[in-house]
Each structure stands twice: as C-alpha cells, then as structure tokens.
Design a binder for this molecule. Structure first.
Ligand code: ZN
Length: 198
C-alpha cells in the first residue's frame, strides 16, 4: 500500500477519466491535496452543476442548457440545411470554422456492426422525423472519415435521397481515418465548402 486509502480512491476515480493514466492521475491528485479548499470546492461544484443543468437538446441532440440548444434556438440559422455529426464535440469543431450557418443533428455514434451498433441505436429515426415537414433541402454528412463514418454516410444517403433531399459529404482534405475534432479550422472549413453530393 503506497497511498493512504482516500488518496488511492481518488487515484482510482481519476484513472477512469479518458486520457488520464496513472502518472496524470497522480499529478492531479497531488495538485488537489496542495490546493486551497475553495478552489477544490469550486471544481466539485462545477462538475455537479454541469451534470445538473445540461441535457440533450430534444431537436438536434447536442448538449443544451435551455429548452433547446443555442443553435436550434437561434432564428438566424438556416433551417433548410442540416449538418449530421457523430458527437457533440463535432458540432464544436464545425462551429469553430465559422463556415456553417445551418442546423445540426447529432447521431450519437456511427454504424458499427462489430460493436453491435446498427442504425436503430443512433438518432436516425429522429433525423427522419425532422425532415418530414419539408423545410430541409440539404443534409451535409460530416461523420468522421473512418470506415464506420463512411458506412454511416452511405446509409444516410440511401435513406434520404428517395425523400428528395440533397445529401452531401464533407470533402477530402481531411485525413482518412481522422477525427473531425483534430482537424484544424481551415482544413475543416474547406472540407465543408467543397462538400460533394453522394
Ligand atoms: Zn439543438
């Protein structure tokens, strides 16, 4: 036993966090132990508050604080074009480019038979529900450029094109197999601009 039990428990919790290995966990734990009570209370409060007040936007499934997320609630956004992404973090990546002025739809993942994830596990039914009122003209599929991302894009094209929707895919220039969130704003902005029909 190297650590007092409360410290061992803290390390165990920290190591559950994404990207935190034993070394980082130890660094954070020692920071917590040295920091003043007030700053640690603030951190704990902030963690609890974000869980309390943030929920999924019932329209696009991005994170939201109000009834709808800020994008869905913004009357200036172009409701005739939807950008379909895998996760809320991809909305952030696309917003950073400043190139997209439509609305989003967050699938909550990608089709991945090897992980047992089919279309019914994603928010595809909800996407189709948003399209039936006829206001959407184009759907830009901005899933990652992985095999699963491409499979999902083709699946969506097969579903949406018969409904008379223009389905486009963000252009190449993004590294194959890459995650949107790691692309720089310029590359991602160009990929959006040069989207092609699928
Ligand atoms: Zn929304």
């Amino acid at each position: 036993m190297y650590y007092a039990p409360p410290i061992a428990r803290l390390l165990e919790e920290l190591e559950r966090l994404p990207g935190i290995g034993p070394k980082s966990a130890q660094r954070i734990a020692y920071h917590v132990l040295r920091a003043d009570d007030e700053s640690i209370s603030r951190l704990a409060e902030t963690l609890l508050e974000v869980k309390r007040v943030i929920h999924f936007c019932p329209r696009c499934f991005d994170f939201a604080e109000g009834q709808l997320c800020e994008t869905c609630a913004d009357p200036e956004r172009d409701a005739s074009i939807l950008c379909v992404v895998e996760e809320p973090r991809d909305v952030v990546a696309i917003e950073r480019t400043g190139e997209f002025h439509g609305l989003y739809h967050v699938l909550g993942g990608v089709i991945s038979p090897s992980d047992g994830i089919g279309p019914e596990q994603l928010r595809i039914r909800e996407l189709l529900g948003r399209i039936t009122d006829g206001s959407v003209v184009e759907v830009v599929v901005a899933t990652n450029t992985t095999v699963e991302g491409e499979t999902t894009a083709l699946y969506l094209a097969r579903m949406l094109k018969p409904l008379g929707i223009r389905v486009t895919r963000i252009a190449s220039g993004l590294p194959v197999g890459g995650d949107l969130e790691y692309a720089d704003e310029v590359t991602l902005g160009r990929a959006l601009e040069a989207r092609r029909e699928i």
